[in-house]
Write a protein that binds this ligand. Sequence first.
Ligand code: TEU
Length: 538
Amino acid sequence: MERKWWKESVVYQVYWRSFYDSDGDGYGDLRGVIEKLDYIRSLGVDVIWLNPFYVSPDKDNGYDISDYYSVMPKAGTMQDFEELLMEAHKRGLKVIMDLVVNHTSNEHAWFKESKSSIDNPKRDWYIWRDGKQHQPPNNWRSYFCPSSWEYDEVTEQYYFHSFAVEQPDLNWKNEDVREEIYKMMHFWLQKGINGFRLDAIALLGKPEEYLDAENPYDIRYLTNNPGVHDYLHEMNRKVFSYYDALTVGEVAFVTPEEGLLYVDEARNELNTLFHFEVCDEMPTWDLQRFKEIQKHWYEGLGGKGWNSQFLNNHDHTRLVTRYGNDLEYRIESAKLFAAMLHSLPGIPYIYQGEEIGMTGVRFNSINDYNDISMKNKFNELVENGQDPEDVLKLLQPLSRDNSRTPMHWNDGRCAGFTTGKPWININPNYQNINIEKALQDNDSIFYFYKKLITLRKNHLVFIYGDFQPILEEKDELYAYLRTYQNETLLFIGNFSERKLPVEYNLSGADLLISNYKGIEELNILRPYEARLYLIENV
Ligand code: TEU
């Protein structure tokens, strides 16, 4: 596989509304990102992924778009965005945007036209069906609601929505829809952005017939339907092929073999993908399962497609809380996961705050939560008779708001995030966990990430090395070799709170980085201890 800039990059995800508030309205904004570009650059990352900032009623925090060509006032202005792009490029940072084209907002002009009458020219831009005996066309649920259909009184039909009622799905079978989206993509790429993160992109295909699902709670019927590859191949031919862009697809519920169809270089669809075999299907840490997933994806992509590595984002709770140990071993476990994610095959993505070990959060009331997915689920379960307190406890660990609390810049008022009232509560542990404190501590998680990123730049084996798991039978130990040209990298990590022996000859190995000060016993790993070695080619 040939060298590409995006294969050699580390991506930093900026959830701008929680990043830094420059004007005191309680929301982060694009000017806030501009003011913190030097901080982002100091970490050593190469690309910034900005979550959506298009005009939106904000029912799903910008993933319900009502105007693809303008910037939502909460985020700033188009001039702010253009300045952000210029200032980022000045610092050698590339910028990718979030492309949300499986659906729009129900307040988009296209939908308002489509909804206005059965024979409106844009009726077919969305998915409308007759009900069955005053019931929805089928029993499908959506990601956010008990039904994926919403009845429209005016035209007496139902429209389809894979997510919230306020997010009607576009009909990608309609060529006019596709051409309109491609035109919009060129508009942003011609401004100089460096690519897209493609939201829910595996959902573009839709079935010919909407038949009832045997188990409506298994929502895989929403994704990976026929047609998706035809659309992505056309999107590549009509848009991506004109640019040297990073295109990373959010592709849930696929096997490695299915995932390869999206990113096989010979198929000219996308560059890389996020699969969700971990974050969607592994509620708590299971190292043996994780090893299987990594091995299957490495073998499944088979050197033909490129993977991406992440363990948290704006939808998935903070990795140190969900998969690490955010109490006694917060620092060690945060660094352990970082060393693993930055030495596995694929592009590493750092979610804002991960680099200082920010943790998940527990708000006392459902009213403190913002996430539409969680609030809809809460209402459904309570309406079905479940105790509200029990439901809150059930939903808190995986609430998307865990990752959406504002960044901790310092230990001052509102963690230095805003001079106003923050749009969502700030994690109360900001006085102990914040960037100002991290930058003053040479042993902080921040500087550990920085060192890892520097190592990746100095040793291509991190990027292009093959992947050879070893010591696989050790339940709480993860170890693998990666070899490229004349270098061999060895990762060993102890994912337990006990000391573990490492039966591997480390005598000739050069230690690159470890998350403990010094080595206590060469062949014993301390709780959550991680080490990366360069070893003589085996
Ligand atoms: O999320 C899509 C989404 O939730 C599923 O594709 C998938 O579940 C994936 O497995 C994540 O767990 C995207 C955005 O990231 C999310 O913030 C939006 O709410 C959603 O699309 C609708 O645009």
